[in-house]
Design a protein around this ligand. Structure first.
Ligand code: NAD
Length: 300
């Protein structure tokens, strides 16, 4: 396998002023990509925006001989997403891939959750990813081999005090699957990463995780150990679409939605369901959900 080179390619990385996004931007630039380093630069709730974090990462990339430009707009507004795409086009003349990584974070019990909080999380994670995809789409279609990498989370599977965050990430999962179908006829592959890394988010998540988890992640699971997976998903060599790859501490695996064989028969009653619930849920012969792409046999 030859090196996965990005020379001549332009990749947008949102939320790249810190944490995971910074590691993605630095690896992509070291592989020759022109990188748009977007970051709102605020706290984990998005307050107190600042162009500083994105500018620092651009400085780091430039000092290492790479090519990058800064953008400090929010992905959560249409104007912001359009401006990020415009930065890529005006600076580098093309867009080949978008890494939707920007994210806000906080813990909240369901009882204390306000609708404003729910909306704020949908706005950044789901709407931000959707708006970035919409703004970049015509240019990816033009490039003919576009890549979109979204970001989901273990919180999609259910963890304490993350109804707002986990369900926003669930929306990003649905976006990934359905955009993969929309992109299939244009050579656009859309996947997601479910990362795990010791970033500032982990300081907040610590309260919802088993004791010592956040400390362990900070010490042994740096963002740089996730970046190779995102680089693969953003590269023309990426052969999969509609998939979620878990990536943490050097481990990489596939996360799937499955349907069990279940039961089938006439005269179904609530009592049948009650009596056979274990059989209905048994995953022994479960099948992975397939994308409904008619003419893409061979691609998942
Ligand atoms: P982080 O807080 O270090 O980085 C997130 C970055 O996104 C910040 O720099 C922030 O300023 C930026 N951002 C927030 N809202 C923005 C907006 N509206 N527009 C542009 N930028 C914005 O956190 P991180 O751990 O690096 O998280 C990166 C992504 O990975 C997030 O989507 C997060 O939900 C996801 N994630 C992280 C982990 C983990 O273990 N760290 C686990 C699962 C998912």
């Amino acid at each position: 396998m030859s090196d996965l080179d990005f020379t001549g390619k332009t990749v947008i990385v949102t939320g790249a002023g810190r944490g995971l996004g910074r590691a993605y931007a630095r690896l992509l630039a070291s592989r020759g990509a022109n990188v748009v380093v977007n970051d709102l630069g605020g706290d984990t709730d998005g307050a107190d925006p600042s162009p500083g974090p994105a500018a620092l990462v651009v400085d780091e990339i430039s000092a290492a001989g790479g090519s990058a430009v800064t953008n400090a707009e929010s992905v959560a507004s249409e104007e912001g997403a359009q401006s990020i795409v415009a930065t890529a086009l005006e600076t580098f003349g093309r867009i080949d891939a978008v890494v939707n990584n920007a994210g806000n974070y906080r813990l909240a019990s369901f009882e204390e959750l306000t609708l404003d909080t729910v909306q704020a999380f949908l706005d950044v994670h789901y709407k931000g990813s959707l708006l970035m995809a919409r703004a970049a789409w015509p240019h990816l279609v033009k490039a003919g081999e576009g890549r979109i990498v979204n970001t989901v989370s273990a919180a999609m599977a259910g963890v304490p005090d993350m109804v707002h965050y986990g369900s926003a990430k669930g929306a990003v999962y649905g976006l990934t699957r359905n955009l993969a179908v929309a992109g299939a006829t244009h050579g656009i592959k859309v996947n997601a990463v479910a990362p795990g890394a010791g970033t500032r988010m982990m300081d907040l998540a610590a309260a919802a995780l088993p004791p010592g988890t956040a400390e362990y992640m900070k010490e042994h699971m740096p963002p740089e150990m996730v970046a190779p997976v995102v680089a693969y998903l953003a590269h023309p060599a990426c052969s999969i679409t509609g998939e979620v790859l878990n990536a943490a501490g050097g481990a990489v695996s596939r996360q799937v939605m499955m349907t069990t064989r279940g039961i089938h028969g006439p005269g179904l009653t609530p009592e049948t369901v009650a009596a056979r619930i274990e059989e209905i849920c048994d995953i022994t012969e479960a099948q992975v959900a397939e994308l409904m792409i008619a003419d893409q046999a061979g691609d998942r």
